[in-house]
Design a protein around this ligand. Sequence first.
Ligand SMILES: [Zn+2]
Ligand SMILES: [Zn+2]
Ligand SMILES: [Zn+2]
Length: 329
Amino acid sequence: MNQLRWDPTLREWVVYATHRQDRTFLPPAEYCPLDPTKPGGFPTEVPRESYDIVVFENRFPSLVSDAPEPEEAGSPLTPTAPGRGICEVVLYSDDHHGTLAGMSEKRIRNLVEVWADRYGELGSVDFVEYVFIFENKGEAIGVTLHHPHGQIYAYPFIPPRPAKELEAARAYRLQNEGRCLHCDLLSHEHEDGRRLVAKGKHFTAFVPFYAHFPYEAHLYARRCAPSIADLSRDERWDLARVLKQLLMGYDWLFGFSLPYMMVMHQAPTNGEEYEGVAHFHVEFYPPNRTADKLKYLAGSETGAGSYIVDALPEQTAEALREAVEGAYS
Ligand SMILES: [Zn+2]
Ligand SMILES: [Zn+2]
Ligand SMILES: [Zn+2]
């Protein structure tokens, strides 16, 4: 059962997917369903002895392409809609113990190509308005399978967070002679320099001035490209390079493989024009405040929507920048 219900108080859809209760929860490593199928072994999701990168439809999807009209009709005030969409799983490697940070630049480049390909493919489906590429990593984030993988949700609507960002960028553009909000933020970060974490040829990683998590980092394309599909080959390679630098810096700084949420913000695929409004970037939210303390989204964050952060971005950026240098020296 996949259905959407409209929350008129926040003006946003909530997704219901009840069958997800039965999903596989932290199986022992020898029964990982994302491993290659070994000769004579139990059949996994991938019927091959080894693989490079694999994409398949999630067996416990939050959204499905053939979702029926919900039995619950709702009301004009609180309508419902089919939970229509596509949910894919992206396996980064056949090495169960691998992490994105530990992968070769070449493999990450291939992964960037896969992301760009899926963005184009899923974005071209008529009912898909937003292709959301993300990774939840670590038990602290509620990950149910340790195998290195990310996910892609193709939504039938623009989800609230990117929608809010796009709205802000559109308003900024109108008030500032057509300038891009993200381009301007990026040039401020370059001028200031205190929050820069890593800089490649085409991408810059920094802790935003207004970070919501202590070690939040954003990875921006320097050119105003609306989506990952608009990046040149050279830019995609640089994305792979700086992504790896940032993730290695995280692990170096904390001394263990840091949990995080990684999300990509880019142009919706609803057929509208997003040139100079959407500016491709990746955001990372690690839940850790320190090596052994997590930041919880508690009353103020969840109920008021107001984030309380106990470290200044200038401080965490400096530590992270030194860690990136340390990891690479
Ligand atoms: Zn595995
Ligand atoms: Zn821009
Ligand atoms: Zn963003």
